[in-house]
Ligand binder design. Structure first.
Ligand code: SPV
Ligand code: MN
Length: 626
């Protein structure tokens, strides 16, 4: 080892921690750890291996540091992020780019030299008085073609603890791979903290991503989406790597849908944040592999997917005993959970918006002491929990965990679902004609009304390419092209579906209930196996009334009226045509590297819609098409 590196490490690390670190034979790793010890200047360093002892040390540190508080139920803790640090900060999340590299106009970028200078300046001595935790994990199942080793440096015991619930261990894997490890690196510091252990220097919050270096820096923030390196930061690095290597990194759940005769068909599903992704992957009767990020690869002409993570950082708003029985039960079981930004009441239990029961009068939340009617500095009433409040658990502790969660081979993918928050255009469920049609007219045309998962106004319709727009780290056209190419390598590509849970009538009432998706899933599963017919519309294939009536009855014990079906599955030509106009305009004016085929496919779609309009009118009932 280089003498300078050796000195830095020996100076700060105990002999035990030093030995743990150098047991991994990888100079790049040693240099990396030493570089940020020197820059950030922590008071002490803890190198965490995969042992129960070390993991327990982190758990306890989170309580001791005051970053988490114990709740009444065994294993439950709560963490608060600052009042203005409750979501991903898109504005201050930037890609560091070398001169001459063009990521296109849609990515937030900063010149690499300038950005590094800035962030290095912010990071100088930033860990003063803090312990730096060095943690090793693997993205994807272990011992698998999918797996990517990662090292996380953080001075937040909450982040280090969350990692543990969310990711598979990686210390032994680093030892095994030694100098061959092609690992991702993450540096996080929460910066100066106030007496509530909240990051103070929010104005210096930065999340900077270096694609080529495989490194992400995150400072002066605590919210998990900004800080948990292996989550969204790693996703951006993986999208970059996947495009170079011809596989996919997607903002998708992975679940087993249970068909007739115990058949399980795996589906992935991409939804923007707060649009039903987790609740779909948790539908009762089905099994979950992952709820947020999937890697997909082609093996022997077939698509396989894995869950990159092993835990869930799920949205808690609206979780209630009736609609989410599995999560509800898990949230009331004495097993390890970190709640974040919920309301803690005097008896040390938690409340969140939409929970069963009465809203408490007072408690402690992300704003500090809270009482009904409390207002913030801008005069807005503070809700008991934040709308983006979350719970963090390990998936293994769920009743509906799929047996293939850790399968190194991955799960064969039968179908892919794209869904957004759309009040007036798409029908509740529709199958695209083929891979190319699906990738272009469904996935690449996805729009969604904004939610509380990012800072800014809610309810504004926005383009969200494959629900992945916040995380794409390459020019958008290349990303679409990589998806199109992926399909070409497959003998029988997964079917591509679009769903919409948020359709509304003229008075603004939802046309579907939350549980209707249970039925859409069963219908899609049957389509994969060609066991149910469909009606061809100008935009794809929709279910026949008779099949839905049977499925509503079987799955939900509900009568499904023909009137409801007609209202939901009317093909809305004017809305569909304006949507094509909007999407085409976006690609024409804002995505310079759009593959030509995108325009061809959109034009074809427009022609079909126009023809249908001439023959059948603007609002077409399914029976007119069948
Ligand atoms: C999302 O917002 O898509 C999440 C949570 O999964 S975050 O970690 O903030 O990205
Ligand atoms: Mn997500």
């Amino acid at each position: 080892m280089d003498e300078k590196i050796g000195n830095i490490l020996r100076n700060k690390l105990t002999e035990k921690d030093y030995q743990k670190l150098i047991k991994i034979d990888n100079p790049e790793l040693h240099n990396f750890v030493a570089e940020y010890i020197e820059l950030c200047n922590p008071e002490s360093v803890f190198v965490c291996d995969d042992s129960d002892e070390d993991r327990d040390y982190i758990r306890k540190a989170a309580i001791k540091d005051g970053e988490e508080m114990k709740l009444a139920m065994e294993g439950h803790t709560v963490h608060f992020d600052g009042y203005y640090d409750q979501a991903r900060d898109k504005k201050r999340t930037k890609f560091l780019v070398d001169e001459g590299v063009d990521l296109g106009p849609n990515l937030n970028t900063i010149d690499k030299k300038e950005g590094l200078e800035e962030i290095n300046g912010i990071m100088k001595n930033i860990m003063n008085g803090h312990t730096l935790y060095v943690r090793f994990f693997t993205l994807g199942p272990m011992n698998s073609i999918f797996s990517i080793p990662c090292v996380q440096l953080t001075d937040s015991s909450y982040v280090a603890h969350s990692d543990d619930l969310l990711y598979r261990p990686g210390y032994e894997e680093f030892i095994r791979q030694g100098r061959d490890a092609r690992f991702f690196k993450f540096v996080h510091s929460e910066g100066r903290l106030d007496e509530r252990k909240i990051s103070v220097d929010i104005d210096k919050r930065r999340i900077y991503i270096d694609n080529e270096g495989g490194i992400v820096y995150s400072v002066n923030t605590q919210y998990g989406g900004n800080t948990i390196g292996l989550k969204k930061p790693a996703m951006r690095l993986a999208i970059y790597r996947a495009e170079k290597e011809g596989w996919l990194t997607e903002h998708m759940f992975l679940m087993g849908i249970h068909g007739p005769n115990n058949r399980v068909t795996y589906f992935t599903g991409a939804f923007p944040s707060l649009c039903g992704k987790t609740s779909t992957s948790m539908v009762p009767g089905e099994t979950i592999v992952g709820d947020d990020i999937s890697y997909l690869r082609v093996k022997e002409g077939k698509a396989y997917a894995v869950n990159v993570e092993k835990g869930m950082f799920g949205i808690i708003m609206g979780v209630n005993s009736k609609d989410d029985p599995i999560i509800w039960k898990r949230l009331h079981t004495p097993k390890e959970i970190i709640f974040s930004n919920v309301l803690v009441t005097e008896d040390k239990s938690v409340y969140w918006i939409g929970k069963d029961g009465e809203i408490p009068e007072k408690g402690m939340n992300h704003s500090g002491e809270w009482f009904k009617g409390k207002k913030d500095a801008e005069g807005n009433e503070i809700t008991p929990s934040h709308r983006n409040a979350r719970f963090t658990i390990s998936l293994d502790t769920l009743d509906n965990a799929d047996p293939n969660i850790h399968n190194p081979e991955g799960c064969p993918v039968g179908g892919i679902i794209y869904g957004g928050r759309d009040s007036d255009t798409w029908v509740p469920v529709e199958q695209s004609f083929n891979w190319q049609h699906g990738i272009i007219t469904k996935a690449s045309a996805l729009e969604s009304e904004t939610t509380a998962a990012t800072l800014g106004k809610e309810g504004v319709r926005k383009f969200n390419l494959m629900s992945n727009l916040d995380f794409i780290s390459i020019p958008l056209g290349s990303y679409i092209q990589n998806n199109l190419n992926f399909g070409k390598k497959l003998e029988k590509p997964p079917l591509i579906f679009a769903v919409n849970y948020f359709l509304k009538d003229k008075d603004g009432n939802f046309l579907n209930s939350k549980v209707d998706k249970f039925v859409w899933l069963k219908w899609m599963e049957l389509r994969v196996h060609n066991e149910v017919d469909a009606i061809e519309t100008p935009t794809g294939y929709i279910p026949e009334y008779k099949d839905l009536r049977r499925l509503f009855n079987e799955v939900l014990k509900k009568d499904y009226s023909e009137e409801a079906y007609n209202q939901q599955f009317t093909i809305r030509i004017p809305e569909l045509l304006s949507k094509i106009g909007r999407i085409e305009e976006i690609y024409r004016t804002k995505v310079p590297d759009t593959p030509k085929i995108v325009f061809v496919e959109l034009e074809k779609q427009r022609d079909k819609l126009k023809k249908a309009k001439e023959e059948l009118g603007e609002y077409i009932l399914p029976e007119k098409l069948g």
